[in-house]
Design a protein around this ligand. Structure first.
Ligand code: G3D
Ligand code: MG
Length: 183
């Protein structure tokens, strides 16, 4: 039997230079099918994932990943278009700059105002620079607990935890979606 297929859109949010584009590049294979939407200031990439067990069923997920080009004032101008239809969000901070974690609350509020509550995957990126880290597990637990969502310590440079973070988000979205249908 063919696996069930699911299409999901996810967005990355976070301050400039936290590593959003690098994380997507690391996750998505070289031969990816990408599109630049210059006027929107976004780039859309695609990746197929397998989620082996959603209530005993295998699911193939076609993930569409939206990246922002990162200009100031973006949030107000384009957030409707960027966040519209997103089923999950990856919230990225840079462990060497604590303010990038504090800023995620605003980003998430912006997402929720368009999508309602959706699963979040936090990525505390640049963990390869942990010697220079301004934040660690304690701050991350504190900042993320209100969202009932996990965080991973990632590095787009070494690849550490990058795939697991995207995969974890896909699994949570797939479970939510199928769970709701069957309920
Ligand atoms: P953004 O898309 O969030 O704005 P980018 O961030 O992906 O453009 O990354 C910003 C800078 O951080 C880039 O450096 C990139 O190489 C670096 N970077 C991204 N992820 C990591 C990481 O995990 N570890 C380290 N050490 N650096 C990272 P440049 O110098 O090209 O601007
Ligand atoms: Mg970028």
């Amino acid at each position: 039997m063919d696996a069930r297929r699911m299409k999901i859109k996810i967005c990355l949010v976070g301050e400039a230079a936290v590593g959003k584009t690098s994380l997507i590049r690391r996750f998505v294979l070289e031969d990816f099918d990408d599109k630049y939407i210059q006027t929107l200031g976004t780039k859309v990439s695609k990746k197929e994932l397998n989620v082996p067990n959603v209530g005993g069923e295998a699911v193939k997920v076609d993930m569409t990943i939206w990246d922002i080009m990162g200009q100031k004032g973006f949030r107000e101008l384009l957030k409707e278009a960027y966040f519209y239809g997103a089923k999950g969000v990856i919230a990225v901070c840079d462990v060497t700059r604590k303010t990038t974690l504090d800023d995620l609350d605003d980003w998430i509020e912006g997402v929720y105002s368009v999508t309602g509550k959706i699963p979040i995957q936090f990525m505390a990126n640049k963990w390869d620079l942990k010697d220079q880290a301004e934040l660690g597990e304690e701050e991350l637990v504190q900042a993320t607990k209100a969202y009932d969502s996990p965080f991973f310590l990632t590095s787009a440079k070494t690849g550490e935890n990058v795939e697991s973070a995207f995969q974890n988000l896909a699994e949570r979205i797939a479970k939510d979606k199928l769970g709701k249908k069957e309920a």
